[in-house]
Ligand binder design. Structure first.
Ligand code: C2E
Ligand code: CA
Ligand code: CA
Ligand code: CA
Length: 276
């Protein structure tokens, strides 16, 4: 017969061991997947109202398992963030992108957007990592845009703002991603050097009629214009949504209505078809 306390501590040990094993295995799997080249980058074209064609893409990481399955990015990205693996994973992404980009034939100024995690922004080598990538693709004269979420701007605000200004002086742009979903105060809009605002898909979904009212979306667009930020609508799936945004001065559109994310080979064929 065991006293209650002993039973509890044994249970606790079993749970902790399980938890540790899961932690270690996520981290190991991400490492192994990088070595075995299970990650690749997909690119989703962005439509420019001004140019009336695609003027750039957003890079989206993909994880393919040997059995043909894929793991969703929101799952493995948050796992990588929790396990301290997001910096190595992002460096891996930058290497894959640099290889892909060498096969592109695009106009100077073609946009490439990349997603960055909060932890990477605080990393002492963040600026160096981005500069290395920029040097590796500088022959293509791309417009590099760093996509950050509201969450990544909360911590070490001054330090992060300083790093972003440095990169902007070297020609990079900064976009606030998933705008309106971060549950944080808007004060960062005054302190951070932002160029673009990406409206989250949730607000675009609300568009159901051309003459309809979507007060929050309309307010976001007005706010962006007042702040002299260029606005991109994300997750645009219908021509109605496209027209609504066009009428209100949203200058960039991204979503299945225009183009799906695609691998590098399909992207090159797609750009070719567009006459680019
Ligand atoms: P995100 O940065 O907001 O990326 C846009 C997501 O919306 C992508 O999902 C894209 O496939 C999806 N999407 C695009 N158009 C449409 C549409 O018309 N309708 C709908 N329903 N969805 C659309 P994905 O690729 O699954 O990525 C999910 C999230 O994972 C990204 O959201 C981003 O936060 C994160 N992520 C992806 N790749 C990376 C990466 O390389 N680094 C980091 N840190 N995060 C990444
Ligand atoms: Ca993004
Ligand atoms: Ca987004
Ligand atoms: Ca998102």
């Amino acid at each position: 017969f065991l006293p209650m306390a002993a039973i509890f501590s044994i249970l606790l040990m079993i749970l902790t061991a399980n938890w540790l094993r899961r932690r270690i295995s996520w981290r190991d799997e991400i490492r192994r997947a990088m070595r075995n080249r299970q990650f690749s980058v997909h690119y989703q074209p962005v439509y420019s109202m001004a140019a009336q064609h695609c003027n750039g893409v957003e890079a989206l990481l993909r994880w393919h398992l040997p059995n043909g399955d894929t793991i969703r990015p929101d799952i493995f990205i948050s796992a990588a963030e929790e396990e301290g693996m997001i910096v190595p994973l992002t460096r891996h992404l930058l290497e894959l992108m640099a290889e892909d980009i060498q096969s592109w034939q695009v106009e100077p100024g073609f946009h490439i957007g990349l997603n960055l995690a909060a932890e990477h922004l605080q990393h002492p080598e963040f600026v160096a990592d981005i500069q290395l990538f920029a040097r590796r693709v500088q022959n293509k004269k791309l417009q590099i845009t760093l996509e950050l979420t509201e969450r990544s701007l909360i911590h070490d605000g001054e330090d992060v703002a300083r790093k972003l200004r440095l990169l902007q002086l070297q020609g990079m742009k900064v976009a606030i991603d998933d705008f309106g979903t971060g549950h944080c105060s808007l004060s960062y809009l005054q302190t951070f050097p932002l160029d673009y605002l990406k409206i989250d898909r949730g607000f675009i979904n609300a568009i159901e009629r051309l003459d309809g009212e979507t007060p929050v979306l309309d307010a976001i667009i007005n706010l962006a214009h007042k702040l002299q930020l260029e606005v991109l609508g994300e997750g645009v799936e219908t021509s109605l949504q496209f027209q609504y945004l066009q009428q209100r001065g949203v200058v960039f559109i991204q979503g299945y209505y225009y183009a799906w994310p695609m691998d590098n080979d399909r992207l090159r064929a797609w750009l070719n078809e567009q006459g680019q």
